[in-house]
Design a protein around this ligand. Sequence first.
Ligand SMILES: NC(=O)c1ccc[n+]([C@@H]2O[C@H](COP(=O)([O-])OP(=O)(O)OC[C@H]3O[C@@H](n4cnc5c(N)ncnc54)[C@H](OP(=O)(O)O)[C@@H]3O)[C@@H](O)[C@H]2O)c1
Length: 277
Amino acid sequence: MTSLRVAVVTGSNKGIGFGIVRTLCKQLENGIVYLTARDEGRGKEAVAKLNQEGLQPKFHQLDINDGESVARLREHLKTVYGGVDILVNNAGIAFKRASTEPFGNQAAITMATDYRGTLDVCHSFHPILKPHGRIVNVSSMNGVKAFDELSEENKAHFRAIKTEEDINLLLKDFIEAAKEGDHKSKGWPSSAYGTVKLGLICGTKLLGEAVQKDRPQDDILIMACCPGHVRTDMSSQQGVKTIDEGADTPVYLALLSSGSTEFNGKMYFDRALVEFM
Ligand SMILES: NC(=O)c1ccc[n+]([C@@H]2O[C@H](COP(=O)([O-])OP(=O)(O)OC[C@H]3O[C@@H](n4cnc5c(N)ncnc54)[C@H](OP(=O)(O)O)[C@@H]3O)[C@@H](O)[C@H]2O)c1
């Protein structure tokens, strides 16, 4: 029998995260799966739905934009299980096309969750990741598209990224330009969501490189992926995939067997490697 494995999925009270919890509950052998949500009521309701299907996820509150909430879950996992085996960073937001929020604010707000909050959870959980641990960051092919839309000069800046601070500074430039309304003339993409998800792909690559350097013997993998165009509230139920189909690639990566080192730091879509920089 394999030893107990603990998985945590962020933003999983609905949408793709809910599908990931459902799939992990079915596929994670000898595992405990945590459905987490920033709102306790919505989270517990989601757990009850899965209970009706005969599945038994646990619940813990988690708001990825709240450092104390992230620390509470980390301490809980450390105390009860001695760490965590699988972290799927699924929580994310996206403004609708029709949103009247000024574009610069959209960029700053999206960055706070889809980039900063997501990487903060990675950093916080990193010390409690057990050997053979997997982190899957749910990004988007919109991040790849955003790279294509960058000016040649900005592409060169992204290719030259060496540290997370390099990414932070690039995204800060983008947000400042977005607030001034001249981001397009300064060589940035039209999509705030895409630009932020590009930052997440770059951050994932750096984290993967760092863990390989710091804990080479521990077989830890940190990866990014796109779930595809999925029918959720984010897509106004317009996608081509069900939430369970959207869960397929994140779960595939989360359950990679020992020795899958070639996956570390990379980006996947429909289980296939995406190379674009
Ligand atoms: N749907 C697509 O076609 C598609 C395509 C590519 C990538 N993605 C990515 O897939 C992920 C899931 O998207 P989805 O379509 O399932 O969206 P969704 O239905 O809108 O669900 C998003 C989830 O994230 C949670 N969340 C947002 N901010 C949070 C925070 N600060 N802390 C904790 N949870 C938070 C939401 O909680 P509340 O219920 O409390 O708001 C919700 O549970 C996102 O990262 C998204 O960018 C989606």
